[in-house]
Design a protein around this ligand. Structure first.
Ligand code: AMP
Ligand code: FE
Ligand code: FE
Ligand code: ZN
Length: 277
């Protein structure tokens, strides 16, 4: 059984529609795929219809933008009630922050001499409710300013670069129990990727587990082998579920093909047994 628990569609910053993503997952030989768009559940229905058609299990999920000790942390949530009012309120606030940030980034890039407009970004974010830096990157690619998303982030969109602007995110310590209250299962995405190790140390993970954290994503492309090995020990010590996934973004991220990392079936069963829905 092949299980991939973290993917993105065009409902956020992936390039495949939710239906295409699920069909590609089946074609890639996956038996279970989770759709985890950034801050959005709007792709679930289309993905579920495709999953029914091709006979694959869809786990509806999302990846919530949170902060912990002033650092961004991505929190995966599986199977929450998408209509739970505190969850929709938190997502609305995060999405508003995304929407407000786009004009600020466009203005910053224009200040930097790049003739980009909000319409250029809107053309890329199209069907997504979660407008983000990847869509700005795609606009810059289309304009010929940079070659790909990676170059756009490295030169213009990462913190410290001229086009970067921050946005509002929820507190991690609020979102973990909120997801549990919504009947969902919280798992921290790529906890030690991109500097996350500095805030998400073992003590922090232990206290988050006490708030309801169910697991950590260990097998992820942002984690080199030694990090995966250490995180596996931490998960065993704290009795956290270990997941593995591609974090697929369609054409938006290289080396993140569907199924490039997978989740052990026993760990998957543990996660599903914690979901209330
Ligand atoms: P945002 O949520 O708008 O702040 O943008 C962050 C998203 O950009 C992440 O979720 C990644 O999907 C994507 N991202 C970050 N760095 C890169 C990169 N170097 N290349 C491609 N995508 C990236
Ligand atoms: Fe993303
Ligand atoms: Fe992420
Ligand atoms: Zn992701």
């Amino acid at each position: 059984m092949r299980i991939d628990l973290h993917t993105h569609s065009s409902a956020s910053d992936g390039t495949d529609t939710p239906g295409d993503l699920v069909r590609e997952a089946a074609a890639a030989g996956l038996d279970v795929v989770a759709l985890t768009d950034h801050d959005a559940t709007s792709g679930w229905d289309e993905a579920q219809r495709a999953a029914d058609e091709v006979g694959i299990v869809l786990v509806p999920g999302l990846e919530i933008s949170t902060v912990f000790h002033h650092r961004g942390v991505h929190l995966l949530g599986y199977l929450p009630d998408p209509a739970y009012p505190p969850l929709t309120a938190a997502l609305d606030r995060i999405l508003a922050g995304r929407t407000e940030r786009t004009p600020a980034m466009v203005a910053a890039l224009r200040e930097h001499g790049i003739d980009i407009t909000e319409d250029d970004v809107r053309r890329e974010s199209g069907g997504s409710v979660a407008a983000g830096r990847p869509h700005v990157a795609d606009a810059l690619v289309r304009m010929g300013v940079v070659a790909d998303r990676t170059q756009a982030f490295d030169e213009l969109l990462n913190p410290g670069r001229p086009g970067y602007r921050s946005r509002w995110a929820a507190e991690l310590e609020d979102m973990v129990p909120l997801l549990v209250a919504a009947g969902g299962v919280p798992v921290i995405a790529h906890p030690w990727g991109r500097g996350g190790r500095t805030v998400l140390d073992v003590d922090a993970l232990a206290s988050l587990r006490d708030l309801g954290l169910a697991g950590i994503e260990v097998d992820h492309q942002d984690h080199p082998p030694e990090v995966r090995a250490r995180l596996r020990e931490v998960a065993a010590d704290l009795d956290l579920v270990v997941t593995g996934s591609s974090d697929h973004h369609g054409l938006g991220k290289v080396d993140h093909d569907l199924g490039v990392n997978t989740t052990d079936p026993g760990q998957y069963e543990r996660l599903m047994s914690l979901a209330r829905r």
